[in-house]
Design a protein around this ligand. Structure first.
Ligand code: UD1
Ligand code: CA
Length: 461
């Protein structure tokens, strides 16, 4: 927990804007970066400060924005007309249970990469107002930070209100600031809309603070990406790449072999043991753990899973909601769906789908099979094209297969059905009744043979 030097922190998140340039039916702040909405990024960063209050100012499509965060304890404030950032913060602090020396931190919901470290620099400031600023080669569109000869911040001028000379200034306002509640409240009351946009500018409080000789501190962000706001999908995509590149580099530095740091996407958390290697174009979603010496081949998608040590996942495999014990061989082209579990050294080969099924130690399902709602014991072999017929059109049924079972190729197991330990099933069987321990079951038409068979001929031949 980290409060500023004095008082508690109240966070006001601005999220009322329309986001026209996203050209989307979805509210801008719900667009995702690395699998989480921009708003969620912002709120998670804010939560790290352990603030006394988090208020989110919503307007355009506010209902959808609010519903998206129903799992969080937040105060929602409606701003029906967007009369500017000053107006938004006026509403944001209305009725706030705050003491004069508490701090109000203003965040933008469309600045997803603002990191906790940078934010800590801002909230660590003792100034009455602390601003987050950044130097930009092209400052067009941003509010410029105007300082006197001694470097003291005097005011912020918006692009549309700025003179030619003021537009030359490269230090810009990120929009993120923190102010003492007592002063902020009185300054906000005095805002006027006599400017180029006819809005209440939050930035006008800087001039008021300077006029009262209150300390205004500008914390300069070194990393421009951390303070970049998203206005369109191009910006979002660029931030996504920056974020992914940084994650990949951190992963490599932490000891994972990453074949190409520009070709891995982690949308959630990826936890790797020692000597893990990841080939190109893999996507990790949710929470993924890879044990020691796991190798992931190219073009794999892994979501919410745990791959046991020493396992290999070959190219183009898709793994979701799965736990494997270790030394497993998976793929290429394997699909493991939620509830699949592999005991140690179990092998899943190409074009095999496993769902809600446990595959015992050293058992193999190597080719073109579907195993769903099933339990397979240890040391069993399911031949090519084995299918558990688990669905009767209304309900799902279970298939139980024991240890050391041999299932011949192209077998259908019509569930509910069980096959005992050491049983053998002849290829091409449709098994509808239970097979006991050690039995051989063959359930297919007997082969008939006709000598001298004449094939049909084409007419006129
Ligand atoms: C604002 C700053 C500018 C800064 C820039 C950084 C002001 C007057 N200007 O400009 O100095 O360089 O951000 O991006 O503060 N919002 C509301 N309600 C409103 C208006 C805005 O919730 O009535 C929200 C928007 O959804 C957005 C954020 O506030 O998340 C900033 O609004 P935007 O219109 O982008 O601000 P700018 O005019 O670009
Ligand atoms: Ca903006």
């Amino acid at each position: 927990m980290k409060d500023s030097a004095t008082g508690r922190v109240h966070v006001v998140v601005l999220a009322a804007g329309k986001g026209t340039r996203m050209r989307s039916s979805k509210p801008k702040v719900l667009h995702e970066l690395a699998g989480r909405s921009m708003l969620a990024h912002c709120l998670d960063t804010a939560a790290a400060l352990n603030p006394a209050t988090v208020r989110v100012v919503i307007g355009h499509q506010g209902e959808a924005v609010r519903e998206s965060q129903s799992h969080r304890n937040l105060d929602w404030v409606w701003q029906h007309e967007q009369n500017g950032t000053g107006h938004a913060v006026q509403l944001g602090i209305e009725g706030l249970q705050a003491r004069p020396d508490d701090r109000v931190l203003v965040l933008y919901a469309d600045v997803p990469l603002l990191g906790a470290d940078l934010l800590a620099r801002l909230t660590g400031s003792n100034a009455v107002v602390s601003l987050l600023t950044v130097h930009m080669d092209d400052p067009t569109g941003y509010g410029r930070i105007l300082r006197d000869d001694t470097g003291r911040v005097l005011r912020i001028v918006e692009q549309k209100d700025a003179s030619e000379a003021e537009r030359e200034v490269r230090e810009v306002n990120t929009g993120i600031l923190m102010a003492r509640y007592g002063e902020l409240e009185t300054w906000l009351d005095r805002l006027e809309s006599g400017n180029a946009q006819g809005e209440l500018y939050l930035t006008d409080i800087i001039e008021m603070a300077a006029a009262e000789d209150k300390v205004v501190e500008a914390v300069i962000a070194e990393d421009a990406w951390a303070v970049t706001g998203v206005n369109d999908r191009l910006a979002l995509s660029r931030l996504e790449r920056v974020y992914q590149q940084r994650q990949a580099e951190a992963l490599a530095l932490a000891g994972t072999t990453v074949a190409d740091t520009a070709r891995i996407d982690i949308r959630g958390s990826l936890d790797c043991g020692q000597d893990v290697s990841i080939d190109v174009d893999c996507v990790f979603e949710g929470s993924v753990r890879l044990g020691d010496n796991v190798h992931i081949g190219p073009h794999c998608v892994l979501r919410d899973c745990e791959i046991g040590p020493g396992s290999t996942v070959e190219a183009f495999s898709h793994i979701d909601g799965v736990v494997t014990a270790g030394d497993n061989a998976i793929g290429p082209y394997a699909r493991l769906r939620p509830g699949a579990a592999l005991d140690s050294s179990a092998k899943i080969g190409n074009f095999v789908e496993i769902k809600a099924a446990r595959i015992g130690a050293r058992s193999k399902v190597n080719h073109l099979s579907y195993v769903g709602d099933a339990r397979v014991g240890d040391d069993s072999n399911l031949g090519a094209g084995t299918i558990t017929c688990n669905y009767d059109g209304a309900n799902k049924h279970h298939t139980e297969i024991g240890d050391r079972v041999f299932v011949g190729s192209a077998t259908q197991l019509v569930a509910p059905v069980s096959v005992g330990d050491d049983a053998t099933i002849g290829a091409g069987s449709t098994i509808t009744r239970n097979v006991g321990q050690g039995q051989l079951a063959v359930a297919r038409a007997r082969q008939s043979v006709i000598d001298g068979w004449q094939r049909p001929r084409k007419k006129g031949d």
